[in-house]
Design a binder for this molecule. Structure first.
Ligand SMILES: C[S@@+](CC[C@H](N)C(=O)[O-])C[C@H]1O[C@@H](n2cnc3c(N)ncnc32)[C@H](O)[C@@H]1O
Length: 283
């Protein structure tokens, strides 16, 4: 396990993932009953964009920084930027030092009665995550394999909520097969849960088998949202990324249809920028 998210925090892929996550959580909050947020690959929760790792790659410059001045944003992006700004105080107009990972964004949106279950396998990252959430009784941190943990954590007692699956894809294409196995097991335990899976896009053909699996998975609704900032014809770089959302909330595709063009407009590289929202399964 060499992956450290600090090198990538706030990049264009994080912007897609985190704005979709916020849209899902805000939609869950439209009902009064409590829900549970499960993050299988949580990371350390908060990243220092002035730190050595982030300064080395500066990926955030082509991600979150590009949105800071953007006018008239869809609701999820507006909430996202407000949270980022609030964490950075007065310096937030053009300089971001603190970047929130998925668990921190989620925790800032959860209500008192909602809960979060966070899994992180890498010991240093898990220790940082635990320290961040020690004072927060709503949040439990587990230093363990997030795929394995789903067997114990699902279904949550609230019977409502969202599982984010955001692995590092160190196993390349093999990670898709691991995700499929985990989703199959999760489906048996909690068929109605919302599952949001982040995936990298390098070569288009690397995704065919995962999309085929989702179509035949037996889940009644699966929608994908993809953002490409380079053509998807090279295995050597991250050309784009996608979110597969299983059992999305009612009309969530409309939020995605509003969000994706705005992300493409601000995050495109040169003249290239493509996005798509597509139902893989719709009952
Ligand atoms: C892409 S990062 C997560 C970023 C985080 N979800 C966010 O949006 O802020 C992936 C994380 O998964 C951790 N990890 C790798 N394999 C894991 C596993 N099997 N179970 C739990 N965590 C794992 C890595 O240490 C890394 O911190």
């Amino acid at each position: 396990m060499n992956y450290r998210h600090a090198y990538h925090a706030g990049n264009f892929a994080d912007v897609l993932k985190h704005s979709v996550l916020i849209g899902l959580i805000e939609t869950l909050k439209q009902k009064q009953s409590p829900f549970c947020y499960v993050d299988t690959h949580a990371g350390r929760g908060r990243y220092d964009l002035h730190g050595e790792e982030a300064r080395k790659t500066r990926e955030f410059a082509d991600g979150v920084l590009r949105l800071l001045d953007a006018p008239r944003l869809p609701a999820a992006l507006h909430v996202y930027l407000n949270l980022v700004r609030a964490l950075n105080g007065s310096r937030a107009s053009h300089d971001i030092a603190v970047y929130p990972g998925s668990p921190l964004l989620a925790s800032l949106l959860l209500r008192d009665e909602d809960r979060a279950q966070l899994c992180e396998l890498q010991p240093d990252e898990a220790a940082a995550l635990r320290a961040l959430f020690r004072p927060d009784a709503r949040v439990a941190v587990h230093e363990r394999d997030g795929y394995e943990a789903l067997k114990a954590l699902l279904p949550p007692k609230e019977k409502r909520g969202l599982v984010l699956i955001d692995p590092p894809f160190e196993a390349q294409d093999g990670e898709f097969r691991v995700i499929e196995t985990a989703l199959k097991q999760a489906q048996a335990r909690w068929p109605n849960g919302i599952y949001a899976v982040w995936y990298p896009i390098k070569l288009r053909q690397q995704l065919a088998s995962f999309h085929r699996w989702l179509k035949g998975s037996g889940f009644p609704k699966v929608v994908i949202a993809e953002l490409l900032i380079h053509p998807d014809n090279s295995a050597l770089r991250l050309n784009g990324s996608g979110m597969a959302i299983i059992n999305p909330p009612w009309k969530f595709d409309r939020q995605l249809e509003e969000l994706l063009p705005v992300l493409a407009q601000h995050l495109s590289q040169g003249r290239f920028g493509q996005h798509r929202v597509e139902w893989l399964v719709q009952d």
